[in-house]
Design a protein around this ligand. Structure first.
Ligand SMILES: [Zn+2]
Length: 478
């Protein structure tokens, strides 16, 4: 099978070019100003952008919680992803206390086989003992070199400082990377219980029990441990402008620290918690939505290269599941959906609002995640030899996001009513058309499990010399 994309504007993280793209089998085989070869399918991309398929480095499909599993399974989550131009995601392996990392990884791989996108996993050590080093080494050997740790959720999956230090040491010594959820769990738990005992049980207290300071302190601690153990560190879902400032300092000192933020922290503010449970419960996510001044600080962190990626932390629940904690915010399952909306939100609120360039959009949507997590240049790039994962993006389309028309199984959306620009008219995954004229193609084959390269064999250049200080003008806080 061959596909020729004619007349489009190819956008990569570094270039914008009016060129044609020829695909044969699963790969891109030619890029040139004018290709006239015969192809099985020709797509006229006049007036459209031709982008690499998105990589969402942070999703939780079918995640077990006391309120039931997050409502998207690998099938429905991957369908929503394709509609939004995302062709690869990285989910998580979370073992039970009695399972090894290897056992949990094998089990999780089996759960994901009906995904329609390509996929991989970060593996979560939820404790440390002398056997963990070998387990970590095995996971890296199997093609899973990134390890997610939680500084929050101490009672279930969180690590204490001593365990965190040991895990970072072991991951670093085998050439892997740690990705970290940075919130000080003990401090958060104390506030949560205190509010509950005072009868303060509404969603607002979820946000107040997880203050920015708990994130910032955890970011600093994680970076200090990573520095001491020489461990590459990727900080997930950065929500605070103050965190960005400290990450910048570490990067400037030469430390290998990467940062991710999410569309919800760029586009929403904490006024969402002022309503009743029916309206506010859906915003119970961790970290919580912050005050509005953080939106701009995060956009600046992106445009100044301090933040490399935007993941969604896709973890949707139904309204009924959220109501599990209607009388106690501590019992509300944490999470919200977004895997379908990353590109349209970044395009609308980033590119159209002049916060970022089109090339930067591609960088945070696809290229950097591929580079950081060992998938580049197979993924995240439009180049000869790369996988033909391609989004043909119609910048003129407009729509309103709603739970009524999205493709997640959730009956609620934190972006309900958002007016957005742009639409994925075509989405190709390894040369297979998955979205055609804006609709999912029937009878698709499942996606592929991606085995990734050892992080150290794949160093990412942070290019720190080009950084501007994003906070120099507008941050008087220390
Ligand atoms: Zn998450």
């Amino acid at each position: 099978m061959s596909i020729l994309i004619k007349n489009g504007t190819v956008v990569t993280s570094t270039q914008t070019l009016r060129v044609d793209v020829l695909i044969s089998g699963e790969s891109i085989v030619e890029i040139a100003p004018e290709i006239n070869e015969k192809a099985d399918t020709v797509i006229d991309a006049q007036g459209m952008y031709v982008l690499p398929g998105g990589i969402d480095p942070h999703v939780h499909l079918h995640l077990p919680t006391p309120a039931g599993c997050s409502i998207d399974d690998f099938k429905s989550g991957s369908i929503a992803a394709l509609y939004g131009g995302t062709t690869t995601f990285i989910d998580f392996v979370t073992p039970s206390k009695s399972e090894t990392l290897d056992e949990a990884l094998t089990k999780r791989i089996a759960e994901a086989t009906d995904s329609l996108t390509d996929y991989s996993f970060h593996v979560s050590p939820i404790k440390w003992d002398k056997t963990i080093e070998e387990q970590i080494a095995n996971c890296i050997e199997r093609g899973f070199p990134s390890f997610k740790i939680y500084m929050a959720y101490k009672e279930t999956v969180g690590l204490n400082d001593d365990e965190l230090y040991h895990v970072m040491h072991d991951v670093a010594s085998h050439g892997g990377m740690v990705t970290a959820h940075c919130e000080l769990g003990d401090e958060v738990d104390k506030l949560r219980n205190q509010f509950f005992e005072e009868g303060k049980v509404t969603p607002k207290y979820h946000a107040l029990s997880r203050p920015e300071s708990a994130e910032v302190s955890a970011v600093k601690r994680a970076m200090a441990f990573a520095d001491q153990t020489n461990c590459p560190l990727y900080i997930v879902h950065v929500s605070s402008g103050e965190s960005v400032k400290h990450i910048l300092q570490a990067q400037r000192s030469g430390q290998q620290v990467f940062a991710e933020t999410c569309p919800q922290y760029l586009t929403l503010n904490d006024s969402v918690y002022n309503d009743n449970f029916a309206e506010s419960g859906k915003y119970i996510i961790s970290p919580p939505i912050r005050s509005a001044n953080n939106n701009d600080l995060l956009w600046e962190g992106i445009s100044n290269n301090v933040i490399q990626t935007v993941g969604t932390d896709h973890c949707p629940f139904s309204q009924a599941q959220k109501e599990f904690g209607i009388n106690d915010f501590r019992k509300v399952p944490n999470g919200a959906g977004g895997i379908e909306h990353r590109l349209e939100l970044l395009y609308t609120f980033g590119v159209k609002n002049n916060k970022i360039s089109l090339n930067k959009l591609v960088d945070i949507f696809a290229t950097q995640a591929a580079k950081i997590f060992g998938l580049y240049p197979q993924k995240g790039e439009i180049a000869v030899g790369s996988d033909a994962d391609i989004v043909i993006w119609n910048p003129n389309a407009q729509r309103t996001i709603s739970a009524k028309n999205h493709h997640s199984k959730a009956d609620i959306s934190i972006y309900e009513g958002f007016k957005v620009n742009g639409k994925a008219e075509y989405v190709l995954l390894r040369g297979n058309m998955t979205i055609k004229n804006g609709q999912l193609v029937n009878g698709l084959n499942p996606g592929k499990l991606l085995l990734r390269k050892n992080i150290l064999s794949n160093p990412v250049n942070l290019n720190t010399s080009t950084y501007n200080d994003p906070l120099a003008d507008n941050c008087g806080r220390v």
